[in-house]
Design a protein around this ligand. Structure first.
Ligand SMILES: Nc1ncnc2c1ncn2[C@@H]1O[C@H](COP(=O)(O)OP(=O)(O)O)[C@@H](O)[C@H]1O
Ligand SMILES: [Mg+2]
Length: 261
């Protein structure tokens, strides 16, 4: 990525802790996650460049941007699937950038995948049980999770036999079974019908109301608009914008990134 374009406008600094929450749910004021100056490259290719933002408990923030802009990589460096090359990732007051994924999961960071990762030959229940076990979370949370994701009717079925929507819910359930404080949701809405989208939006809002912070990567802006006002826009690995969804739609840099302006 050679585009050393002049910095038209510095990325806004993360909002200070204590700013009023503007959307749904109770206002949790505790800062849970802060990224500062995060960079990631693959070989000589810069995929993330000086990414920085903050998130409070119970808050939902949307992460949007064109294909290849670094959204999944952002989730990967927060969850620990990848390690950032530079910058700080502070979770719950603690630097986590050097920690492997399972340690971060135990601290309360978990995620879903763009293509749901379920054990296809295991039953729905077993999938959730394995996740709870790995996270050393009490087994009685399994039933609560199955109920919450709405899969109590199919607990004995092999996960591979589920519909795409059910597999996405199960992937979410596996993340929930670890008792997360921060959930990273990667394009859960793609391919779902309006009723399925509505149900997932309601579920994500419910999780946030309970104090779980969510970063939601999504192309479906209507869906995002239902669950959050605040979005971060990435373009070629840089933060182009942070603010309300409505303002993003009128931001020249955002428009240029999406439509080649
Ligand atoms: N493991 C990898 N090795 C090399 N390049 C990668 C790897 N993962 C992602 N990339 C590249 O990094 C860029 C950002 O990818 P990604 O974070 O998946 O984007 P998004 O999720 O926004 O579509 C893309 O150009 C992609 O091809
Ligand atoms: Mg992606």
């Amino acid at each position: 990525m050679s585009s050393e374009r002049p910095q038209g406008r510095a990325a806004p600094s993360p909002p200070p802790v204590g700013v009023e929450k503007t959307w749904g749910g109770p206002a949790f004021s505790r800062e849970l996650l802060r990224l500062a100056g995060v960079g990631k490259r693959f070989g000589g290719f810069v995929v993330l460049n000086d990414v920085g933002f903050a998130l409070r408990a119970g808050e939902i923030v949307g992460l949007v941007g064109p294909n290849g802009s670094g959204k999944t990589t952002t989730i990967n460096v927060i969850s620990g699937l990848l390690r950032a090359d530079s910058g700080d990732i502070v979770f719950d007051g603690r630097q986590v950038n050097a920690l492997p994924m399972h340690r971060r999961a135990r601290l309360g960071i978990n995620r879903t995948f763009q293509v749901p990762k379920v054990f296809r030959d295991m039953t729905v229940r077993e999938n959730v049980e394995v996740a709870a076990l790995a996270a050393r979370v009490p087994r009685n949370t399994v039933d609560a999770v199955l109920d919450e994701i709405g899969l109590t009717g199919v607990t004995a079925r092999p996960a591979g036999s589920l519909t795409a929507n059910q597999q996405k819910l199960l992937d979410l359930g596996r993340a929930l079974a670890t008792g997360p404080k921060l959930l990273l949701i990667d394009e859960i809405g793609a391919g779902l019908n309006p009723a399925e989208l509505g149900a997932i939006a309601t579920l994500l809002q419910k999780l946030a109301a309970r104090g779980i912070a969510l970063i939601v990567v999504e192309h479906l802006l209507d869906f995002l608009g239902r669950i959050t006002e605040r979005v971060i826009v990435l373009g070629a690995g840089r933060m182009l914008f942070e603010g309300t969804l409505a303002a993003a739609a009128h931001d020249p840099e955002v428009v240029a990134a999406f439509f080649g302006g």
